[in-house]
Ligand binder design. Structure first.
Ligand code: NAP
Ligand code: FE
Length: 370
């Protein structure tokens, strides 16, 4: 067995009761002025914003709340956030939210310190100055964006694209799952499926290593027990169960940092861009096909994943086929467009078999074709 691994986690991750409320020393160490980056209302609804401002006031830190982040955030909005941070004189940034505000906060730190980078320039321009220090507080149990050096933004042409590297890590992650307690049922399912997708895609990715597979198995083992619950539309979760799901999303994030994503994520972006399918579900609809490929390409690995799931293979197929669904119809011309566009998609090359853009287009046709 090859037990070699590389593990880099530049962020200091702190968890525990009232972590955020008790973080005034961390905030003080970062400066006197702070830009808080959030979506429209969830940061307030889940209580994280109140806890952050409580600690900032205690530390006598001036703050400004930039709450313009939408789902699938635009490079333009993040560039605007960077300008506001500069004009306000922010010493650091706190991002609160699901993947959208967290990814945006990462980009805002880059834009703020690099006024030569404008909008889509973030994908091409050199980062000349170190980004502002960043603190991240997650409120969904899915993306693991808190612990990744990846920011997924939407380009001016409406296409999602990620940008990544050491400049995109937080300095601190304040991990308190209580902020996920207010997540509605449909977002709970979609984000949990995102975490499951991260775990299995990175497990079978060509870039996986020994340790990333351990994190994948850990995340799978803690996520799969919830799948049968999710098949009941009236499901409820206890606080303890929500805590478990939240930490599972971080373990999947650790795995993702090493392995990266395979074709479900590459293809899923299109369903979000063109049909508004939430990110997690958009990727999850391709997970059953992905796992079938994984079984063909790496039977031993597949057996390890089934073992980590703690249920039979048949039960896993049944649950995934029940849960991973999108009620959309895609015209043939659109599928042809995807076939062409996906020919250069790196996620196929990272996948465990030679499944390619043509296979991807056929899969979309079978699942959603007119
Ligand atoms: P999201 O887009 O951040 O949020 C989805 C919705 O959930 C929003 O309406 C948001 O409201 C609401 N919400 C968030 N937390 C809530 C809470 N605690 N209670 C009630 N409502 C809440 O969702 P997400 O699935 O976490 O993030 C998806 C994004 O992350 C996509 O753009 C995806 O591409 C990206 N992503 C990034 C990585 C990475 O490694 N960086 C990995 C996977 C996915 P508000 O708008 O009011 O906040
Ligand atoms: Fe994802």
């Amino acid at each position: 067995m090859n037990t070699q691994f590389n593990f880099c986690m530049p962020a200091e991750i702190l968890s525990g009761k009232d972590t955020v409320k008790n973080s005034e020393n961390i905030f003080s160490s970062l400066g006197k002025k702070c830009l808080i980056v959030t979506g429209k209302s969830s940061a307030e609804k889940c209580g994280a914003l109140a806890d952050v401002t409580f600690a900032l006031k205690k530390a006598e830190i001036e703050y400004f709340v930039f709450n313009k982040i939408t789902e699938n955030p635009l490079t333009r909005t993040c560039c605007e956030g960077g300008k506001i941070a500069r004009e306000f004189g922010a010493d650091f940034v706190i991002g609160i939210g699901g993947g959208s505000p967290l990814d945006s906060a990462k980009a805002i730190c880059v834009y703020a310190a690099n006024s030569h980078i404008v909008n889509d320039g973030i994908y091409t321009e050199e980062i000349k100055n170190p980004p502002l220090p960043l603190v991240l507080i997650g409120t969904t149990a899915g993306t693991g964006s808190e612990v990744s050096g990846v920011s997924v933004l939407t380009r001016e042409n409406g296409r999602k694209q990620s940008v990544s590297g050491k400049n995109y890590y937080a300095k601190y992650v304040l991990a308190d799952p209580k902020y996920t307690y207010s997540l509605p049922a449909s977002s709970t399912v979609s984000t949990a499926l995102d975490a499951f997708a991260h775990a299995v895609e990175s497990y079978f990715s060509k870039k996986h290593d020994f340790l990333s597979r351990k994190f994948s198995c850990l995340a799978v083992g803690e996520t799969v027990p919830f799948l049968s619950k999710f098949t009941n539309p009236d499901f409820t979760l206890t606080e303890k169960e929500r805590d478990t799901l939240y930490f599972a999303s971080l373990y999947a994030g650790f795995a993702l940092n090493r392995g990266g994503t395979c074709f479900p994520h590459g293809m899923g972006y299109a369903l979000t861009e063109d049909y508004g399918v939430p990110h997690g579900m958009a990727c999850a609809v391709f997970i059953p096909a992905f796992l079938k490929e994984a079984k063909k390409g790496d039977a031993e690995g597949f057996a390890e994943i089934i073992k980590a799931c703690g249920i039979s293979e048949n039960e896993l197929w049944r649950l995934l086929n029940t849960l991973c669904k999108a009620d959309i119809t895609i015209p043939i011309e659109k599928i042809e467009e995807y076939r062409v566009r996906w020919a250069t998609l790196k996620n196929f090359k990272n996948s465990p078999t030679d499944f390619n853009a043509d296979d991807g287009a056929s899969l979309v046709y079978n699942l959603f074709g007119e």
